[in-house]
Every structure is written in structure tokens, then in C-alpha cells.
Write a protein that binds this ligand. Structure first.
Ligand code: SF4
Ligand code: SF4
Ligand code: SF4
Length: 310
């Protein structure tokens, strides 16, 4: 018989283990660890069975692609943990730590997808999920600049981007200009060029040239910092662009460590950036990233040039 009594447990520890006390006496909601919101049909069946067996048969899909089973009696916390782990959908986490990683389908399924959001989500989940922080920390990954996963509304967000390039062989026919939704391609003096201040890095123009003269200049991951929603929403700002998923994880690590040292208890990361000088954060984190060799794509530029661009 598996019995845990609330009086023997610390509610903060329970929150860390994925259990949130409900307003009803001795009832808990368990939130599951579901990186990128992906579950197999078998896992979903398992979750369904657990909800029927130990809860009220009701399941809530959270706003962050998670699954939450409410109405769990305090008597069942141990057994339900065991069964959820056997189902490969273990309890997740609440409170001041890294939360469930959100991701859109990216280039697995979506025609617009530029990057493999799911693989990056798994990497970030393995590295950071449930890590203790001074405050909750939310990550999100969008496969392209359409930003369906709202990377600008998360403490740290990632977006896949493509920088197009036009060959000097361009004849100025103008066919590509009709494709760009941003009107970012200009034909002047018989040559097309891209207006960088308008280009959203979506890559739609690739393949639009009948002569094959628009190509992929660079594919990368743009990282945003300091976004949040809630009571006092704040749009995250563009921080840095990197080349690979591994570089993304390394930059996240730098940001997380910086945040642990500078963020006050309960203060969201964006508010910390507002309180402190953002320039200092940029310099500190970027210096460290460059020193650690994270930014090889930009290696030809001097350190000062890179910082000025950010
Ligand atoms: S952000 Fe882009 S890749 Fe992701 S679902 Fe939206 S359109 Fe597709
Ligand atoms: S990448 Fe997108 S926004 Fe930029 S020029 Fe091409 S189509 Fe236009
Ligand atoms: S479609 Fe090709 S050739 Fe025509 S303007 Fe665009 S890049 Fe130049």
C-alpha cells in the first residue's frame, strides 16, 4: 500500500516533483514532463488509464504543451509516480525552475520549418529541465520567423532563420520580388538586392528565381532573451544568432548561469535585464561564449565587431 500524507511532505518538494496542491482538500494535480508536447499514442493511452484509475478521468492540456492530471488523492502520489515513469511520461515540475520545453513542429512536419525543433527541444530538455533557478524559466523553440511557438514571449526563445543571398549573375527580371511577403527584394539598375531592414529571414524567396540565382546564404538559430507574458508582459529582444543546436545549448548555459548569479528570487529574467544594464549582460555572456569557441561562424570577425552587432 503506497501512502504519503501531506503532513509528512513539504509542498515545495512536491511542486518540484510535479505535484501541485489543488484548492480541494488532499487533492493534487500532477503535471507531466512532455518536451515539445510530443507523446506516442501508447503513452497517451497510458496517461488516460492513470487518469481514470487515480483521478476523476479528466485530463487538462496546459498552455505550454504539457499534460496535467488533476484530482489525484494524496494517498496515490507514490504509485502514480511509478506508473507515470513506467509509461515514459514522468511527472514534470512546477515552481522556480526550468519548465517544460515548448516547440512548434519545425521542419519535421511544417512546410515553413527551417530547423529541427524537436531535436533541439530534446537537447534542451536533457540539459536544463527542472534545473533550480531563482525564478521560473521558460524556453520556446519556433522553426521559422512565423514564430508560432512565440519565442519572443519566453525567458529564452529560439527561432530558425535563413539569410538569403543573390548571385551577382542576377539579370534583374524581378520575378523574385513578387514572392517576398515583406517586399524586401528591390530591383534597381538591373540587379536585385535584399533590404536587410525588411527581410524577416524566412527563406521563402529561395527557389523563386527561374535562373536559380537566389540561394541560402546562411541557416541559423536566432536567440531571444527576456520575454514573458502574464501580468506585466514584456517582449523578448534579439540577442544573438548561432549556427547549430549545440551552440544554442552552450549559449543557453551561459545565459542560465548569468541569470542564477544576477536574478533576484522571484524576479523574472526580463525584469532583471531591465534593472541591470543590458549592455553588461551582452558583453559578459558574449565574451564568455566567444572565449569558449561557441561562435565559430563569426570567427573571422573581431570580438568588438561581434559585440557591436548585438
Ligand atoms: S513557426 Fe514556422 S515552422 Fe513552426 S509551425 Fe509556425 S510556420 Fe511552421
Ligand atoms: S528571406 Fe523572406 S523576407 Fe527575406 S527576402 Fe526572402 S522572402 Fe523576403
Ligand atoms: S528572379 Fe533571379 S534573375 Fe530575376 S531579379 Fe530575382 S534574382 Fe535576379
Amino acid at each position: 500500500m503506497y501512502i504519503m500524507r501531506l503532513k509528512e511532505l513539504d509542498l515545495a518538494t512536491l511542486k518540484k516533483s510535479g505535484y501541485m496542491k489543488q484548492r480541494q482538500k488532499d487533492l493534487f494535480a500532477v503535471r507531466l514532463r512532455i518536451p515539445c508536447g510530443n507523446v506516442t499514442s501508447e503513452q497517451l493511452q497510458g496517461i488516460s488509464g492513470i487518469a481514470r484509475k487515480y483521478g476523476s478521468g479528466y485530463i487538462h492540456i496546459t498552455t505550454r504543451q504539457g499534460i496535467q492530471i488533476p484530482d489525484i488523492s494524496i494517498d496515490y502520489l507514490d504509485i502514480i509516480t511509478e506508473e507515470l515513469e513506467s509509461n515514459c511520461t514522468p511527472p514534470g515540475s512546477f515552481g522556480s525552475r526550468v519548465r517544460n520545453i515548448v516547440a512548434c513542429p519545425g521542419n519535421h512536419e511544417c512546410c515553413h520549418g527551417i530547423i529541427d525543433t524537436y531535436s533541439l527541444g530534446i537537447l534542451l530538455d536533457k540539459e536544463f529541465f527542472c534545473e533550480d533557478m531563482p525564478v521560473k524559466m521558460k524556453f520556446s523553440i519556433a522553426g521559422c520567423p512565423n514564430a508560432c511557438a512565440k519565442p519572443q514571449e519566453n525567458d529564452i526563445g529560439v527561432m530558425g532563420v535563413i539569410r538569403p543571398a543573390i548571385s551577382t549573375e542576377c539579370t534583374g527580371c524581378g520575378a523574385c520580388t513578387t514572392i517576398c511577403p515583406q517586399k524586401a527584394i528591390l530591383v534597381e539598375n538591373g540587379k536585385a538586392s535584399i533590404l536587410q531592414n525588411r527581410c524577416k529571414l524566412c527563406g521563402y524567396c529561395l527557389g523563386s528565381c527561374p535562373e536559380g540565382l537566389i540561394f541560402e546564404g546562411r541557416r541559423g538559430l536566432k536567440i531571444f532573451i527576456g520575454g514573458k507574458v502574464g501580468r506585466n508582459p514584456r517582449h523578448g529582444r534579439e540577442f544573438i544568432e548561432v549556427n547549430t543546436a549545440q551552440e544554442t545549448v552552450a549559449v543557453f548555459r551561459k545565459i542560465i548561469e548569468w541569470s542564477k548569479h544576477h536574478t533576484n528570487i522571484g524576479e523574472r529574467f526580463g525584469s532583471c535585464l531591465d534593472r541591470l544594464k543590458l549592455e553588461d549582460f551582452n558583453k559578459e555572456v558574449v565574451y564568455q561564449s566567444i572565449t569558449a569557441g561557441i561562435y565559430p561562424g563569426e570567427a573571422e570577425k573581431s570580438r568588438d565587431e561581434q559585440i557591436l552587432e548585438i
